[in-house]
Write a protein that binds this ligand. Structure first.
Ligand SMILES: [Zn+2]
Length: 119
């Protein structure tokens, strides 16, 4: 009964690194899905420990990771907004989206390095 890879542990680890647990379950196996760095991973079918390795390589680009996270949140909020009929919640979602977009702009500006011509 003991498996070599504890899936839930890998999932928890990935979530501590910014993966989002999706509401929608996997269309193929009905398992839990995580969204990580813009990718949708199935807890049952995908190798989550593999995804953790990919992250550790890309971890040098912290702002890039943050941007990925925000873009994922923007997508999430937009699909929620599209399905939302309650006006108050729409306003809240729109406000949230605006904040995400602002954050995206800020991280972009910080990341951008303007070459200075000193002459
Ligand atoms: Zn699946």
């Amino acid at each position: 009964m003991s498996q070599q890879k504890p899936k839930t542990q890998a999932a928890t680890e990935l979530m501590s690194k910014g993966a989002i647990l999706l509401r929608e379950t996997c269309p193929r196996c009905g398992g839990l899905q995580l969204k990580y760095k813009g990718r949708v991973l199935c807890v049952n079918e995908d190798d989550l420990s593999e995804a953790t390795k990919i992250e550790s390589v890309a971890a040098t680009d912290t702002l890039g990771n943050l941007r990925e996270l925000i873009i994922g949140k923007v997508q999430e909020a937009s699909s929620m907004l599209a399905a939302e009929r309650d006006l108050d919640r729409q306003i809240k979602l729109a406000d949230l989206l605006r904040k995400y977009v602002e954050l995206l702009k800020e991280t972009k500006e910080e990341k951008k390095e303007e070459p200075k011509i000193s002459k």
